[in-house]
Design a binder for this molecule. Structure first.
Ligand code: C5P
Length: 208
């Protein structure tokens, strides 16, 4: 284990604010950032193209994560369907753990980082918000990109994905026992970010 590694695990449901918080935390502390949802989305995209899910997961390359727009509603649903397959999840573990242990610190955000991928992460946050607030954020994001969606459709999609992600038997979405809960329903992203920074600063200070 690299003695200079420092892992921040940020889990939570879709549009909870975890991605924004993760990016900002990584930029602030100079840590590398991996949005692990992109791995499942890239596999989901391949499956929509007709590729077998396990073959797609085993052949996944880092370059694929940067190709095209993976943040569409259709790919999100396909991602959460491949994410229930234990062999697909297993094929993606080594890449995520290697990333987490890189020197200089890493932030990983997803659904199972604090519970399965990095159970010994130095800092674990679970970022949530009500389904309605998350659906409104996702609706604004998708419609600003020109997607033809309604608020009701987006809320139904968010609920369907939450149920699939939390209800699956392989690495279900849930807070680690030692995760700090951050509810962004009524908390601004800036306030949530300040909270995250202070938790990380305390942990870093305790290590020195
Ligand atoms: O976070 P994002 O919405 O991009 O994730 C897309 C899907 O990928 C999620 O709905 C979930 O099913 C899956 N996922 C997962 N474990 C992770 C990250 C994402 O199962 N660590």
């Amino acid at each position: 284990m690299d003695t200079h590694s420092f892992t921040v695990a940020i889990d939570g449901p879709a549009a909870s604010g975890k991605g924004t918080i993760s990016k900002a935390v990584a930029a602030h502390f100079g840590f590398a950032h991996l949005d692990t949802g992109l791995l499942y989305r890239a596999v989901g995209r391949r499956v929509l193209e007709g590729v077998d899910p396990l073959a797609a997961a085993q052949a996944l390359t880092a370059e694929e994560l940067a190709q095209g727009d993976l943040r569409t509603g259709e790919i999100a649903q396909a991602a959460s369907k491949v994410a229930v397959i234990p062999e697909v999840r297993a094929a993606l573990v080594d890449f995520q753990r290697a990333f987490a242990r890189r020197a200089g610190g890493a932030v990983l955000d997803g659904r199972d980082i604090g519970t399965v991928i990095c159970p010994r992460a130095e800092v674990k946050l679970f970022v949530t918000a009500s389904a309605e607030v998350r659906a409104e954020r996702r609706y604004l994001e998708l419609s600003s990109k020109g997607a033809d969606v309604t608020r009701d459709q987006v809320l139904a999609d968010v609920r369907e994905r939450d149920a699939r992600d939390a209800g699956r038997s392989a690495a279900p979405m849930k807070p680690a026992e030692d995760a700090v809960m951050v509810d962004t329903t009524d908390l601004s992203i800036d306030a949530a970010l300040d909270l995250a920074k202070s938790i990380i600063n305390k942990k870093l200070a305790a290590q020195n």
